[in-house]
Design a protein around this ligand. Sequence first.
Ligand code: GMT
Length: 375
Amino acid sequence: MKIGITCYPTYGGSGIVATELGLELALRGHEIHFISYAHPIRLPVESEHIHFHEVEVTNYPLFAYPPYCLALAGRMAEVAERYGLDLLHVHYALPHAVSALLARQMLAPRLQLPFVTTLHGTDITLVGQEPSYYAITKYSIDASDGVTTVSQYLNDRTREVFGVEKPMRTIHNFVNCELYQPRRPDDTGRRPRLMHISNFRPVKRPTDCIRVLKSVVERVDAELWMVGDGPERGPCERLARELGVSDRVEFCGKQDHVERLLPRADVLLLPSEHEAFGLAALEAMACGVPPVATRVGGVAELIDDGVDGFLEAVGDTGAQAERVVELLSDPVLHGRVSRAARLAAETRFDSRRIIPQYEQYYEEVLGNFSASAGV
Ligand code: GMT
């Protein structure tokens, strides 16, 4: 198939999933065209069967805001026509699904261009519920030729909040278990290490990681690596100073190869307020790193509490710290949870299991689209 993929190319779960999906589909022989304002960060510059088309947004003094949505629609239509795309797959509802809808309409007389929208989380749980975006989010979901959600939780939530009636397919996040491996480096003698990976937005509650560390170091020796960057980084740095743990926190900034960092952790912290699935926890599990996460959204579809990780209430940093202390002070427990985490990643969420679900869904969408168009 020839597939156009649009996503946010920067750091964030939806862009990562879209990029990894494109790479995996290309490995399976599909021709992939990324259409976005910048080169996706995890996309190697030279990859077979992969093309990148930049969207240029020209500004003009009349525009208070550059109209990216329109420039994207125009570029989608142009690329689709030039390369004969079979479908578009857009990640994160706004504005991508709206641009795809416009591109489909623009081409309708000459080319059939169905589009699939994947909902990732905050597009539904936060952004889509803003009064100014609610109606357009609902419209673009209803107008999509296929919709997938990254968890059953998000599927149910979308139905509930937007009153969507058509079927939406749940396809969980995936991880490449050959790339993400428990390759523990030989660094014996180092301090036990907690790790947090996110875009440091308030929804991720990264300051809770600092509070967890503070409670943990009162009982066992430990340090914390904070990977990523975003608006909450400053508050995290301040809190670490206030709580007297700044010498135990390393702010690593944005990192392109988390698969190299994760195996160096002993526990992953994911204290989010909302989480449609929890990709960072899955990547950690593939590396045999037990996650201590919050019981929110779709995280329970990933983590079997007490078996391959732990779930605690949002904001209960005391309980989260307790779990971390148990894992760090009991090597037998740590080993058991670590092996179960890796097994869950391999048996339920490996890309070899999940990518065919997307391929099959594309086939279904194309079949239904052709049937309804009378082709
Ligand atoms: O908030 C983020 O982490 C980014 C966000 C995104 O859309 O870029 O991530 C969402 O998509 C990921 C990939 O599907 C999911 O694993 C995350 O759970 C989800 N984040 C939230 O729901 C907060």
